[in-house]
Design a protein around this ligand. Structure first.
Ligand code: VGL
Ligand code: ZN
Length: 203
C-alpha cells in the first residue's frame, strides 16, 4: 500500500501568506493530479498557539530568521504563522480536501517546534502518523508539500527512520532556501530515500 503525504500545504506558506515559500502555489496543480493516483492521501497541518516559542514575536529583541537555542536544539525564529483556527492555517481552497482521509496537526506544544509530520523536533511526542500508516498497511510513502527544506525534509527523514520506503516528489515541493534543499536532498538519498519527479507517477 502506498500513501501520499501532503505536508503543510497551508495558506500561510503560499504567496501572500505569513511565511510564504517562493513559488509554493506552483505545486498545487501537481499535487491535485497526484491525489487522483493514490488510494490513501494524508495531510499534515502546522497548528501553532500564539505563544509558540518558534515565533520571533515571543522573544524580546530577536529578529525573524535569527537562530536561537530551544530545549538544546537550534531554532530558527519565524514570523507568526499557522495560528490555530485562522485562515492562514487552513488548507487552500485550490486543494480539494475530499480525498484527504486524515489530517495530522503538529506544533501545538509552545515549548518546541515540530517540523516533521511524525514527531516534534525533540522527539518528545509522536503525532501517531507512523502507526496510522502502518495500521493501513502502508509500506511506501510519497511526500509532497511545503517547505522542502523544513517540514518536507524532516518528514521524509522520519518516514525513513520509521521504515517506510520514502519518495520525495521534487517538483511537488518548494524550499525556503535553495541551498538548504540541496543539502536536504543529499541527506535523504544518503539515508536510502528516493528523489523523484511527478511525471514518473503521472505518465
Ligand atoms: C515550516 C517553518 C516553520 C514548514 C513550518 O512547514 O516547512 N517551516 N513551520
Ligand atoms: Zn511552524
Amino acid at each position: 500500500m502506498k500513501a501520499l503525504l501532503l505536508i503543510d500545504i497551508q495558506n500561510d506558506f503560499l504567496p501572500g501568506g505569513a511565511l510564504a515559500v517562493p513559488e509554493g502555489d506552483q505545486i498545487i496543480p501537481i499535487v491535485n493530479q497526484l491525489q487522483e493516483l493514490f488510494e490513501l492521501v494524508v495531510a499534515t497541518q502546522d497548528w501553532h498557539p500564539q505563544n509558540h516559542k518558534s515565533f520571533a514575536s515571543n522573544h524580546e529583541g530577536k529578529q525573524v530568521f535569527e537562530q536561537i537555542e530551544l530545549l538544546g536544539l537550534p531554532q530558527v525564529l519565524w514570523p507568526d504563522h499557522c495560528l490555530q483556527s485562522t485562515s492562514g492555517a487552513e488548507l487552500p481552497l485550490e486543494l480539494p480536501a475530499n480525498k484527504i482521509e486524515a489530517i495530522f496537526r503538529k506544533g501545538m506544544n509552545p515549548e518546541i517546534d515540530s517540523y516533521s509530520g511524525f514527531y516534534d523536533n525533540g522527539y518528545l511526542k509522536s503525532t501517531g502518523l507512523a502507526d496510522y500508516l502502518r495500521g493501513k498497511g502502508v509500506k511506501q510513502v510519497y511526500i509532497a508539500g511545503l517547505a522542502g527544506d523544513y517540514c518536507v525534509y524532516y518528514s521524509a527523514k522520519d518516514a525513513l527512520q520509521e521504515g517506510f520506503e520514502t519518495y520525495l516528489i521534487e517538483d511537488a515541493t518548494r524550499p525556503i532556501s535553495k541551498e538548504g534543499f540541496e543539502t536536504a536532498k543529499t541527506d535523504i538519498l544518503a539515508k536510502g530515500g528516493y528523489i523523484i519527479q511527478s511525471d514518473t507517477l503521472l505518465k
